[in-house]
Design a protein around this ligand. Structure first.
Ligand code: PRX
Length: 674
């Protein structure tokens, strides 16, 4: 077993100051390495450290060069960066239009016939949309918005499923300079209401519904409920996705609600792109805290587009003439904004857009899509990968996945065993896996390998990308060159959030006060002896066991390392003896027994893998783990279960029944214990 002979109590390395102390202990050792496959290297965009060296020598000059080569500007900028901490302006004075960059530019340069999106609806309907066709739709909808009285600066809320009208609506907003606020279609009407109120949206774009596992999700009903309390909204535009034949009837309020197809039928096909300042607001995206008031993260125009185009190109080694790229996130999250819409379209990529779930009509839907469209680049989340592990290899094995050449991961730490499973069973051991760390706030990927260059270690996001300066620090903000601590950014980056909408104080307080002069947004990370960065979860997910700070991610990785485990979530429960005790919720791979001895075996496995201090006190077996709609495990809730508290509001869960199941099991104590 790799690393099993490493003593967990070994001293932790210290930084150059000599005094820096690891803030989170570092137990899990992963020693497997994967250099870029020989077959991959030759044609890759980055095979040397040239980009890193250029950015190291002159960071602003580096970004200016990317902005020139990846983006078309109507007027040049005067200054690359104006930094008035913590407020940044990038490419000050520059003028551009994002939809022009995503559409018109490609048409002008002869790429109009290239496919922008292969749309695959959940029921099996398909549409192939070229750049030229997408441009016509976007121009039309931009005219529709203007006719409805939407002016530059007015906010438009968008609440719909993954259908082509969603990127059309977004790009139309960008074309006329109306910032969009996309609200994920799985959110409740209350969540929609609070976001509409905060942004004072003038128009809402929605659909009658969207397909999910063969059933319609009634979106327009949710909009109607939200709009009872939102005086700013003048119009609602409704796409007919399901129709009455699909079982969805909507009520249209006269004067307020309008059908998309009626408006589009009479709209002109040309709408001149608005001249936008580099620092004009492109969009708001609300981060969905499970407890606190949502924050409207502000992203602007020139810097954002530059960095998403740059990262999309180099992190995925994009060859737009030949690649078929699929980011399987939802456009309602930042991943979809940056890597389904803006980055890929700015780069002239061909993407897959899929409406539904991975298990409809069967658990091989993704692999069928990859085979049919010959997808070359797949970008998805560890939660998906662990679900596929649980379902077993029989589903991917039914399909020819040989078109794939790069695999990406985002959203959570990827446990090494899930990484290996992805690498072997999806990538056929020939595709580099790029583990990309970033946030809604960063706008763009920040830490990631480059596939033609980096030697990969399963579970590590490797290093900050060229043009990004990241450091791991201890409790006092001293730089750690080895060991576990807090991940911080030391220099402004082009796609960074420009603030929290309407609340500059909260912006300063949330991100810039914990470590003066550094951006910190809550992630723990460790640096290993080779300088590799390993994200180990949110710092509020760190447990304190007998005075040792143990990362939940490391214990989870040790559990997933056991061949019978598909997924694990670990929390610290209050314990009179040890401060906190480790409680693990475990989902087994299909066909594995949940017998009592299994709990003992897993506890022993963790102790052997990372040390006795990390041995879970309790293991609870469950068929599912409670997750937010973006797939993040709801640890707060699991902590409450573990502590025997009341559960409170669970409406943001993917499957509320899971909670009941977990609660029952916890009550019945169907688990192994000390
Ligand atoms: O904790 C980190 C985790 O997801 C958080 C950001 O969530 P959100 O704003 O919803 O954006 C998700 C998509 C970019 C981070 O603070 N996270 C994201 N990517 C990784 C990750 N944790 C570990 N490794 C990653 N690759």
């Amino acid at each position: 077993m790799v690393g099993s002979d490493t003593s967990p109590m070994e001293p932790i390395g210290t930084g150059p100051s000599g005094d820096a102390r690891a803030a989170i202990e570092d137990f899990y050792v992963e020693e497997r390495t994967f250099p870029p496959p020989a077959s991959f290297g030759a044609g890759a965009l980055a095979t040397t450290r040239e980009l890193y060296d250029a950015a190291e020598a002159d960071l602003e000059g580096f970004w200016a060069k990317q902005a020139e080569s990846l983006v078309d500007w109507f007027e040049p900028w005067e200054r690359v960066l104006v930094w008035d901490p913590p407020f940044a302006k990038w490419f000050e004075g520059g003028k551009l239009n994002v939809s022009y960059n995503c559409l018109d530019r490609h048409l002008r340069e002869g790429r109009g016939d290239r496919v922008a999106y292969y749309f695959e609806g959940e029921p099996g309907d398909r549409r192939v949309i070229t750049y030229a066709e997408l441009a016509v739709e976007v121009n039309r909808f931009a005219n529709v918005l203007k006719d409805l009285g939407v002016n530059k600066g007015d906010k438009v809320a968008v609440y719909m499923g993954m259908i082509p009208e969603l990127p059309v609506a977004i790009l139309a907003c960008a074309r006329i300079g109306a910032p969009h606020s996309v609200v994920f279609g799985g959110f409740s009407s209350k969540a929609l209401e609070s976001r509409i109120l905060d942004a004072e949206a003038k128009v809402v774009v929605t659909a009658d519904g969207s397909w999910r596992r063969g059933n319609p999700v009634r979106l327009k009903e949710g909009v109607d409920a939200a709009l009872e309390n939102t005086p700013s909204v003048e119009h609602v535009v409704v796409v007919r996705r399901i129709g009455e034949e699909g079982g969805v009837q909507v009520s249209m309020k006269p004067g307020r609600d309008l059908w998309w197809h009626d408006l589009m039928a009479s709209a002109g096909t040309e709408c001149a792109p608005e001249l936008m300042d580099s620092e004009d607001l492109l969009y708001l995206l609300y981060t969905s805290g499970t407890t606190a008031r949502p924050k409207g993260i502000m992203h602007t125009t020139g810097g954002y587009l530059t960095q998403v185009a740059f990262t999309h190109k180099y992190v995925f080694d994009l060859h737009p003439e030949t690649d078929v790229y699929w980011c399987a996130a939802d456009i309602g999250w930042v991943t979809g904004h940056s890597y389904i819409v803006y980055g890929p379209l700015a780069n002239g990529a061909t993407s897959v857009l899929y409406e539904g779930t991975p298990d409809y009509p069967d658990k091989d839907r993704w692999w069928d899509i990859i085979e049919r469209y010959k997808v070359t680049i797949l970008y998805c989340a560890p939660t998906g990968i662990r679900t596929f592990m649980k379902w077993g290899t029989v589903y991917p094995e039914k399909h020819d996945l040989s078109s794939l050449r790069v695999l990406g991961s985002v959203g959570e730490p990827i446990n090494p065993e899930a990484w290996i499973w992805y690498y072997e069973h999806i990538g056929g051991s020939r595709c580099p896996v790029v583990d990309t760390w970033w946030q809604t706030e960063t706008g763009s990927i920040m830490v990631s390998p480059l596939p033609g260059l980096s030697v990969l270690k399963p579970g590590s996001a490797v290093e900050a990308l060229p043009g990004v300066r990241g450091e791991v620090v201890d409790d006092e903000g001293r730089v750690l060159t080895r060991g576990g601590g807090y991940f911080t950014l030391t220099h402004p980056w082009p796609a960074m959030l420009r603030g929290i909408y309407g609340d500059p104080e909260r912006y300063k307080e949330t991100y810039w006060t914990r470590f003066p002069g550094r951006y910190f947004a809550g992630d723990g990370a460790k640096v290993d002896g080779d300088g590799y960065i390993w994200f180990i979860g949110r710092v509020d997910d760190v447990m304190n066991v007998s005075g040792h700070r143990v990362s939940t991610t490391e214990v989870e990785s040790a559990l997933v390392d056991h061949p019978s485990v598909a997924e694990a979530a670990v929390v610290g429960a209050n314990d009179p003896t040890t401060g906190q005790a480790i409680v693990a919720f475990v989902t087994l791979r299909s066909g594995e027994e949940k017998a009592g001895a299994r709990g003992e075996e897993l506890r022993a496995h963790v102790a052997m893998r990372i040390g006795p201090i990390a041995r879970p006190k309790t293991i609870i077996f469950t068929d599912e783990l409670p997750k937010t709609r973006s797939g993040k495990i709801m640890r707060r809730l699991l902590r409450d279960v573990a502590d025997g508290h009341d559960l409170g509001d669970t409406t943001t869960l993917a499957d509320p029944e899971v909670v009941d199941q977990i609660r029952t099991m916890a009550e019945e104590r169907l688990f192994a214990e000390d």
